[in-house]
Design a protein around this ligand. Structure first.
Ligand code: PLP
Length: 409
């Protein structure tokens, strides 16, 4: 299929924000770019990596301004959540997700992964079983195993281009002695599912009936593609069931401010919340990053328009990738993208093993996340971070065709 750069540039041009300027992050300590240089110190100028889940877009100017102003007027000393901050966080949940949690439920942490690790430590014992649903965001494995708990896998099932939960198996796993927790990825990274309310209700009834707590990682909850709706886990629960739930949210993926380390965790049950806070205290985690709280507040209060434009661009990028591959490489299966900015490509039909895939992609200046990172079920897949200017995606498609032709032989 002929690429039409004009098409994409025109699309991004319609935004009042800058979603076009290619960024050079080679000297800013970017984890994603550094990973690419570790693989290849001589990578060609202009090559942009598609791995770690942050974005190649400029920070919304409202956030930049707020950080500059805060740095100029504040001492940057120890900071706690102000009432204004709490109002912004709650206002966002209400506006974007029609959810009305109470201020009292909120605990801030310097990230969702720290919150998940803390929950594992706080709510389970050494040797307990924790269910995860691979292929899934790889730190889930570590959060369980490195805390001395047992990883119990409840792999997702791939049907057509869509993934679903294996409830039949889950019904058995939750009954196993010592199974205490399930870590839910909602929306799901890397398969791109936005779980429906019905799916979540089924999950809840299985877990609650068997005393299994659900830690719901909803970090991608604002990155929802057209036609889909995110359901906060607590909205799939009856009020009496909230004690089985912790919901982790953050502005970090939504507004590309992960490096500021600011997350908002909701725990309704007071006893659970205290247990969680005590565990945080044991690791010395307490206050809020002095710049992050302001960035989060401004993002939630003033940057909804930026997010709407971002979602249009992500969806556009996804359509370009999906339609291009359908034309040139029909053997590649592209999972439907319902949420997140991560495309999930099934390359198993070419028969290449993990190493061959990686080698070939790198040889064509393509730096994805290898599927096997997300569990054995991800072998033969690649995760493509679509959060970059459209022309960068379009240019990569030519290189991807060459790589795939080579792999297919
Ligand atoms: C599902 C999921 N959870 C958590 C994180 C990272 O969370 P944090 O940086 O807040 O620790 C990511 C980042 O990619 C993610 O995809």
């Amino acid at each position: 299929m002929a690429l039409n750069p004009q098409h994409s540039v025109t699309f991004a041009n319609r935004s009042a924000y800058d979603f076009e300027t290619p960024l050079d992050r080679s000297l800013e300590g970017s984890a994603k770019w550094n990973l690419m240089y570790e693989e290849n110190a001589d990578v060609k100028p202009g090559v942009v990596p598609f791995s770690v889940a942050d974005m190649e877009f400029r920070t919304a100017p409202e956030i930049v301004r707020a950080i500059q102003e805060t740095a100029a007027i504040s001492t940057l000393g120890y900071t706690v959540a102000t009432d204004d901050y709490l109002d912004s966080v709650l206002g966002w949940q209400f506006r974007r997700h029609s959810w009305t949690p109470s201020i009292a439920w909120l605990v801030t942490t310097p990230g969702v992964v720290p919150a998940i690790c803390t929950a594992v430590q706080a709510f389970t014992q050494i040797g307990d079983g924790v269910i995860i649903q691979p292929p899934v965001y790889y730190p889930f494995f570590r959060a369980v195993a490195e805390n001395g708990r047992r990883v119990i896998e409840n792999p997702l099932i791939y049907e057509g281009n869509r993934w679903r939960m294996n409830f039949e198996e889950l019904a058995e796993l939750v009954k196993e002695p010592g199974t205490r927790m399930l870590i839910l990825c909602s929306p799901h990274n890397p398969v791109g599912r936005v779980w429906t309310k019905d799916e979540l209700s089924t999950l809840v009834s299985l877990c609650v009936a068997n005393d299994v707590l659900i830690v719901s990682d909803e970090i991608h909850d604002d990155l929802i593609m057209p036609g889909h709706e995110h359901t906060t886990l607590m909205k799939a629960m009856k009020p009496g069931q909230f004690e089985y739930c912790m919901v982790a949210t953050a502005p970090s993926k939504t507004f590309n401010i992960a490096g500021l380390q600011c997350s908002n965790i909701f725990i309704e049950n007071a006893r659970m919340r205290d247990t969680f806070k005590n565990q945080l205290r044991k690791t010395g985690i307490s206050e809020l990053n002095a710049l992050a709280w302001r960035a989060c507040q401004v993002a939630y209060d003033e940057c909804e328009g930026w997010l709407e434009d971002l979602i249009s661009i992500i969806w556009h990028n996804f359509e370009i990738v999906r339609d291009h591959l359908a034309n040139t490489q029909p053997w590649v299966r592209v999972s439907d993208l319902e949420g997140t900015y991560l495309a999930w490509l099934d390359l198993r039909a070419c028969g290449a093993d993990e190493k061959a895939l990686e080698r070939t992609m790198h040889a064509h200046d393509l730096y994805f996340d290898e599927g096997a990172m997300f569990g054995a079920q991800g072998q033969g897949f690649e995760r493509w971070n679509l959060a970059c200017p459209t022309p960068i995606i379009e240019q990569a498609l030519g290189r991807l065709d060459a790589a795939l032709d080579e792999l297919r032989g």
